[in-house]
Design a protein around this ligand. Structure first.
Ligand SMILES: CC(C)(COP(=O)(O)OP(=O)(O)OC[C@H]1O[C@@H](n2cnc3c(N)ncnc32)[C@H](O)[C@@H]1OP(=O)(O)O)[C@@H](O)C(=O)NCCC(=O)NCCS
Length: 194
């Protein structure tokens, strides 16, 4: 597990975005469109990123289709401090303010870390890498809480949902639609420290 500086993320952006598109099942063209957004996020206050890398003797190196690299990335997670100037903050604030969910908007969004991205390459999923990434990312954060959004999945039956529930994330909003995206999302959160 390594912590990435903004400069290191920029250098390894292509590799990090390959994990993102592979994990989410998106076409490769999505990676190119995401690069400027991820680079901009790295400039936000409180930004932190961690990555999981394969050691030279890791057996996965033999079977994985990952790009050859001194220490290839297999997982990436980052986030930053939430703030009223951010689109995500304003979307969630408006929903809570209108009575969706059971939380007071000011209190829920008072001092939180937004867990923005968490992805593990499919070849490395199901081995605890995602949990190790979240744990490293949220270690020693100054915020009171952590919030994230994740697509709604029937019966909460995927690895992301199982991971968040195992770590004690609770419902903040359910079946919420962000502007411009027809998919229903859940906003989940928990107090820090983990
Ligand atoms: C969601 C995601 C990040 C979770 O990462 P992961 O490494 O696959 O999952 P976890 O860290 O939770 O691993 C848990 C699994 O590892 C196993 N495991 C093995 N050793 C472990 C350890 N030391 N600690 C924890 N789990 C361990 C568990 O038994 C569990 O297996 P199961 O899911 O079959 O029950 C990953 O699956 C992913 O990238 N999915 C696609 C993208 C996505 O959905 N991202 C989130 C969008 S909001």
């Amino acid at each position: 597990m390594i912590e990435l500086s903004p400069a290191t993320l920029r250098e390894r952006m292509h590799e990090a975005l390959q994990i993102y598109v592979a994990a989410m099942g998106y076409p490769p063209s999505v990676a190119r469109r995401r690069a400027p957004m991820w680079a901009e996020h790295a400039l936000r206050p409180g930004w932190k990123a961690v990555a999981a890398v394969l050691e030279p003797d890791d057996p996965l190196r033999g079977v994985s289709k990952l790009a050859p690299h001194r220490a290839p990335l297999v997982g990436i997670a980052y986030g930053y401090s939430g703030a009223p100037s951010q689109w995500w903050y304003r979307q969630v604030w408006a929903a809570l303010e209108s009575g969706q969910g059971e939380f007071n908007a000011e209190r829920a969004l008072e001092n939180y870390f937004e867990l923005t991205e968490l992805h593990v390459h499919p070849d490395a999923q199901g081995m605890g890498v995602g949990q190790a990434l979240i744990t490293a990312l949220l270690d020693a954060r100054p915020e009171n809480s952590v919030l994230l959004s994740t697509p709604e999945i029937g019966a909460e039956d995927n690895r992301a949902w199982r991971l968040y529930r195992r770590l004690g994330f609770a419902d903040v909003l359910r079946h919420f639609q962000f502007d411009g995206d027809p998919r229903p999302f859940a906003v989940l959160g928990r107090e820090l420290p983990l």
